[in-house]
Design a protein around this ligand. Sequence first.
Ligand SMILES: *Cc1c(COP(=O)(O)O)cnc(C)c1O
Length: 297
Amino acid sequence: MQDINLQAITTDPLALPCFTGRGITAAMLRLDKIHPLISGNKWFKLRYYLEEAQRLHKKRIVTFGGPWSNHIIATAAACRLQQLECTGIIRGEKPAVLSDTLKEAGALGMQLAFTRREDFAAQIVPAAWAGEDNYFIQQGGFGQPGVRGAAEILHHCADREKYTHICCAVGTGTMMAGLLSASLPRQKVVGVSVLKNNFQPEEDVKELTPGGNRNYSIIHDHHFGGYAKSSSELFRFMNDWYAQTGIPTDFVYTGKLCFAITHLAKNDFFPQGSRVLLIHSGGLTGNASLKKGTLIF
Ligand SMILES: *Cc1c(COP(=O)(O)O)cnc(C)c1O
C-alpha cells in the first residue's frame, strides 16, 4: 500500500473575491494530499498512539467509530502500513449492506465488531477485545497523544508565523487543541463545529492545552443541521469553491469549514490585512456516501 507522503503537503493561495476584495490574504494547508485513505488530520492524530502501542508491544489496536468514520478507515490503513492488527468497534447493528468506509476498512484487514448504540456511547469494549494485549484509542483519536500529533500539522506550512488566523473544522476538538498548542499568542485559532449545539470542545480544548494560547473561538452556526447533515446550499457552495480554487472538500468537515470562513469574511470578521490559513483536514472519502452527480469533483 502507498506510504504516507508528508512532502505532498502544499499551502495553496485562495484568491477568492470575498477575501481579496477586503484586503485579506487566505491560503489552505492541504493535508488531504498525504494519502488517499489516511487522510489529513487523522494521520497526525494517530501517529503517537501507534508509536506507543508498538513501544508497549501491544498486539492489536482497538478503536471506535460510526459506519462512515474517517478515523476508522484511517486507523485500518495506518495499521496495515505498520503491520499492526486492529479492530473497529462500530456503532449500531451490523447493516445488511456495509458502508463503503466499512467495506474498505474490512478489506484492509480491520476486524469489525458491531455494538449496541448505548454501549457504543459509553465506549464499552466487548469482552472479546478487552484483553491487555490490546491498545485502545478513543473515538476520533481524542486525547493527549492525538493533540501532540496534531501540533505538528503547522510544521508543514512554510511561513506559518505570518498568519493572523488559523481556521479548522472541529469534531472532537483534538486537532484544534494541537493547532492551538503550536500557535503563537498573537495568532487566533478559529474552529468551526460540525456538530449541532455541541459545546464540549470548548471545555476539552482548554483542558487539552494547559497553559497554552487562549486566543481562540469556536463557531457554532454552520453545522447545516448536525453531524454529516447537508443541504443543496452546501453542495452548491462546495462545487463553486472547487470551480474557483480547484480544491475538493468533503461535506462533513471541510466543506462546512470553507462555507463558514467565507461567511465570516463577508461579515467583516477578519480585519483588513488579516492573513488567514485554513486547514484542509482531508476526509474526502466520505463523499462516496453521496448520490452520484451531487458534486462536480
Ligand atoms: C475527523 C476530522 C475532523 C475533526 O477532527 P477533531 O480532531 O475530531 O476535531 C476534521 N476534519 C476531517 C476531514 C476529519 O476527518
